[in-house]
Ligand binder design. Sequence first.
Ligand code: SF4
Length: 707
Amino acid sequence: TVDTKLRTVRTACPYCGVGCGVLATPDGSGGAAISGDPSHPANLGRLCSKGSALGETLGLESRLLYPMIRCKGGMQRVAWSDALDHVATRLKHIVARDGEDAVAFYLSGQMLTEDYYVANKLMKGFLGSANVDTNSRLCMASSVAGHRRAFGADTVPGTYEDLDQADLLVFVGSNAAWCHPVLYQRMLANKQTRGAKFVVIDPRRTDTSSEADLFLGLKPGTDAALFSGLLVHLADSGALDGDYIARHTAGFDETLARARSLAGSTAATALATGLSEPDVAAFFKLFRDTPKVVTLYSQGVNQSAQGTDKVNAILNCHLATARIGKPGMGPFSLTGQPNAMGGREVGGLANQLAAHMGFTPPDIDRVRRFWKAPDIATHEGLKAVAMFEAIARGEIKALWVIGTNPAVSLPDADLVRSALKKLELLVVSENVRSNDTVDAGVHVLLPAQAWGEKSGTVTNSERRISRQRAFLAPAGEAMPDWWIVSQVGKRLGHTAAFDYMSAADVFREHAALSAFENDGSRDFDIGALATLSDDEYDSLAPVQWPAPAGKPPSPRFFADGAFFTNDRKARFVAPEVPALRDETTAARPLRLNTGRIRDQWHTMTRTGLSPRLGAHLPEPFVEVHPDDALKYGLMHDGFAKVITDHGQCILKVVVSERQQRGMLFAPIHWNESNASHGRVGALVASHTDPFSGQPEAKATPAAISPY
Ligand code: SF4
């Protein structure tokens, strides 16, 4: 239910992983005044351009208002009961005929935790397949895999307060000034008031690098070499914490030996990374001599075919110096999406089960008993890229997409679009009537409630769970995702398992599972929240996990040096995956890097509604170094055709010294509905990291010519 009185509601921003608190005051005619929530610990009242424009994106123009099914004459409006019956009947038929692995769900870091939990439970618990993955695979899967390898669990050790207290902030593959703006402002305040130093490591100059005390414009794919060189330097200059390494870690000697073979000296590191030796030496000295250092990493590290190795190369340096679990220091993964963390908590990834449990016999048995799900999946499912490859091969016949647009956002997006056309059943739960995925041949279209209408929880980059609260009446017949999935679960015969009356019911079960037979050996425990009343859930203030029942919350992990591996020791992991999969060639002499811009979000279905946001960078573009512009005959503000082995785009040319020679940068947001020539996902190779399954989106060999 939504309180329709015009009172201010505390909620959370639906865009990035900073997780800012928002105050929304409905205006009584479908809009709302938006401001930052001064009481929210993540933002203390601040909002960035995207967050402050949320009130401009609430219109109904593009909204999907009722369920639709494809009939002979096209998509026809149907009653909810008919749409849900149809989905359940078709899923049941396909599973009976082709087996449980012939169906798949593709979810989104935009979903609320409660929605994610129910979808994961239906697929893994009751359809019996783990083919449930998420667009978070494109966002932070390499960080998940790196954390699990080093810590034994997918745990972000630190908190935002560490960013206020650090004396050195190292940004690796992160343009936080654009992609995590409020958190960046917080770090800038640290720089201005406490004199913290910034080091920015990125092939491209960005707004983040403009504030850097030291900018390292390394060659793409060489982050692991840089941090291997740092580990060697720390060892050779007596900066290791030998006692900590001996008592709390394993695998150091092999990892150091491997690091020596990759980058055995400052000079060798400079050679491997394309940096100058003085710059490398300056970075090494800063890191060595500054105890309070936080290393922040984001998509430039994660979106890589060796992303997990890059993450572990960073973690190695923090473990070797015991700079973890203490105020003002530690490694810090900046998640891209508002609820990528919540999705990880419920097991929204195909290689996790639920509540950070995996596909080990004890975990499978525990979740089976908790869910009363005898047919629970017993092995990992297909990760995002592999899932769509299986669809293209005809092995997966039915796909349910919730809150995301894979025909634009996945690599090799043209192949994804043609794969979608092969499905016997494509169900899409969406806010909007049309997008590239819907238009690829949807069979059932289900109207989901949007931000401002739906209610539940999200978890931000510092593990803080916040409430998203409804302050608007739902558009048309739109329903919450948890309700839609539950209704299908009931129609499949699992009435008791999906008998939820509210998001609060789902949350309590999720919290209870996190604590179920958890003696402290699993990191994700929010047992203290499992007994919230409906009123307490409604008024829940932002809270960090872990929050175990009967124990005081601890904001930071690993303060005691105990990790989540069997022997409670952290692991050093030596990089082993080659730097870049594809070489450049005479026909593809450049490398295409893709990423976000300051004022747009994903495929622009929401931010594209705000003229103010659109004014920042209004059309798809490719950034080119002046020397490359000259070499390839490109004019600033002219148009260019960018070609890779996977597709081509027509983009406006921006000639800029920010770009490295030999590299191109193009933003990811444009798509068929707003600029058919600017769909850069179609250009990106689908190479994936062997540990995380995350695709390489930063270095596809490409050619460019005037258009
Ligand atoms: Fe929203 Fe992120 Fe901006 Fe905060 S920083 S207002 S969460 S987009």
